[in-house]
Design a protein around this ligand. Structure first.
Ligand code: NAD
Length: 479
């Protein structure tokens, strides 16, 4: 006899656990099977985001920024302290406590919403059946009308620089370093590369980032990406573009990396190397082949717009289906899918997905860059506002960065906002709401923003689109 549910969710990360909670709220009998084990051997909900990605990295980014500011900024405020001392073990313990608090909270939310949480692995058996194996090895068969595969992703392991998790590290290893590497190499100047590079540079590492592509942050508006690149360089991050890594060899004390740049072979030796060249879908142990679950050539589970796979009653959400590998995208997919299964017409708006890089200054954007807008055939008008003219940013000793608004010249609709500056991750969310409501530039020019706030820089950029900025010399004539 198998245990019967309305919904089986495979995976307790951001693509899975919110779906299970929403199902519970809607009165469905839901179970979430979660295989995640932390490195201390303990099971935990929340997947990569809460245990090995977003949350622990943000904890370390905040702590390392505190350390840096204590050493470099307090004196400017007239606060005299002796040189700060790093207690990395305490910093790591704080990070672990934050993750544990949040992952523990998911168990409580399951209970409150009548969701059954099972720690262990799930294997598709076909025809609505799933074999569950606990971490202790006991097996049982569950069946359900609906099954969601939300098994997430894992770091790409390069053949030319394979992880040994001591010298050649993945992003999770790099969140758990017990000492600051003197020379830290990073392959890939993507989101993970610059965030982790920032953490360890602030704590004293000499950081070199090798990026194969000739351009920096190609998904970000290039005015903003270039500004960010300048800020990172000032902070001492040595970002080498057009540097194609040929191989890495780990020894007992260091790791030697060979790369090609300007057609010449070069090499560098580091104490640790982080490989951050993207993530790939994870479907290990799922029995995808056995049941005929269709994957694309890169291993992503193939789904249609309703997240249906080729197998009846089997759906997939989150990193494992591809698209932007972002926790909030995965959450919205899981929730939308469950609501659809419940007969509602919920949809995810893939045109309005916010993105953030949590360096200092932060980079945040939603919608099209100027380059993307022009490539899509829009006649474009733009407005730019520097944080240098923003009173709140000056008071925060963080008056660097730029806001850029990209609008359609014909319809006046806002197409995108890209920013680099202090706490722009928070400012961005008002833009997300505006884009969801199809705002025009004029709508937002007429919106009052509190003074003094960082968000005023955003308002100034809306005004600058038509040459109406008050606190900057407008390059174009006021409309
Ligand atoms: P990424 O795709 O953002 O960047 C990887 C970079 O590595 C690219 O610039 C690529 O050109 C480069 N690269 C690839 N092969 C290379 C080689 N052989 N030599 C040198 N460079 C090479 O991937 P990531 O930084 O690993 O992040 C993985 C995923 O996690 C992304 O989808 C990212 O959006 C997500 N993530 C998001 C956040 C956030 O939202 N703040 C934080 C961390 C990770």
């Amino acid at each position: 006899m198998s245990e019967t549910y309305d919904l089986i969710v495979i995976g307790g990360g951001t693509g899975g656990y919110p779906a299970a909670i929403r199902a519970g709220q809607l009165g469905m009998k839901a179970v979430c099977i979660n295989a995640w084990l932390n490195r201390d051997g303990k099971p935990a909900y929340g997947g990569t985001c809460l245990n090995a990605g977003c949350i622990p990295s943000k904890a370390l980014l905040e702590s390392s920024e505190m350390f840096h500011r204590a050493g470099h900024e307090l004196a400017i405020h007239g606060v005299k302290v002796s040189a700060p001392k790093l207690d990395l073990a305490a910093m790591q313990a704080r990070k672990d406590k934050i993750s544990a608090g949040l992952t523990g909270g998911i168990g409580a939310l399951f209970k409150a919403n009548g969701v059954t949480g099972l720690e262990g692995t799930a294997r598709l058996l076909g025809e609505g059946k799933v074999e569950y194996t606990s971490h202790g090895g006991e097996k049982k068969v569950l069946s359900a009308k609906h099954i969601i595969v939300a098994t997430g992703s894992e770091p790409v392991n390069l053949k030319i620089a394979p992880f040994d998790h001591t010298r050649i590290c993945d992003s999770w290893d790099a969140l758990d370093f017990t000492e600051v590497p003197q020379r830290l190499g990073i392959i890939g100047a993507g989101v993970i590369g610059v965030e982790l590079g920032s953490v360890w540079a602030r704590l004293g590492a000499k950081v070199t980032i090798l990026e194969a592509m000739p351009g920096f942050l190609p998904m970000v508006d290039q005015t903003i990406a270039k500004d960010a690149q300048r800020q990172y360089a000032k902070q001492g991050l040595d970002i080498r573009l057009g540097a194609k890594v040929l191989g890495a060899k780990a020894g007992s004390k260091d790791v030697k990396v060979e790369y090609e740049s300007d057609g010449k072979k070069q090499s560098e030796t580091f104490d640790k190397l982080i490989v951050a060249v993207g993530r790939r879908p994870y479907t290990g142990g799922l029995n995808a082949q056995g049941v005929g679950l269709e994957l694309d050539p890169r291993g992503f589970v193939k789904v249609d717009r309703q997240y249906r796979t080729n197998l009846p009653g089997v759906y997939a959400t989150g990193d494992v289906i591809g698209g932007l590998m972002l926790a909030h995208k995965a959450i919205e997919e899981g929730v939308a899918l469950v609501e659809q299964l419940h007969g509602e017409k919920t949809e995810v708006n893939y045109n309005v997905i916010p993105s953030v890089i949590y360096t200092a200054p932060e980079v945040a954007w939603v919608g099209l860059s100027e380059e993307q807008a022009r490539a899509a055939g829009h006649e474009v008008k733009t407005g730019v506002s520097p944080f240098a003219a923003n009173g709140r940013a000056k008071a925060l000793e963080a008056a660097t960065g730029t806001v850029k608004v990209i609008s359609d010249a014909k319809s006046d609709r806002i197409l995108g906002v890209h920013m680099v500056g202090p706490y722009v991750s928070e400012i961005l969310q008002s833009v997300v709401v505006a884009l969801e409501f199809g705002a025009t530039t004029a709508d937002l020019q007429l919106t009052m923003h509190g003074h003094p706030t960082l968000a005023e820089a955003l308002h100034e950029a809306y005004l600058a689109v038509d040459g109406r900025a008050i606190h900057a010399i407008n390059k174009k004539k006021a409309a």
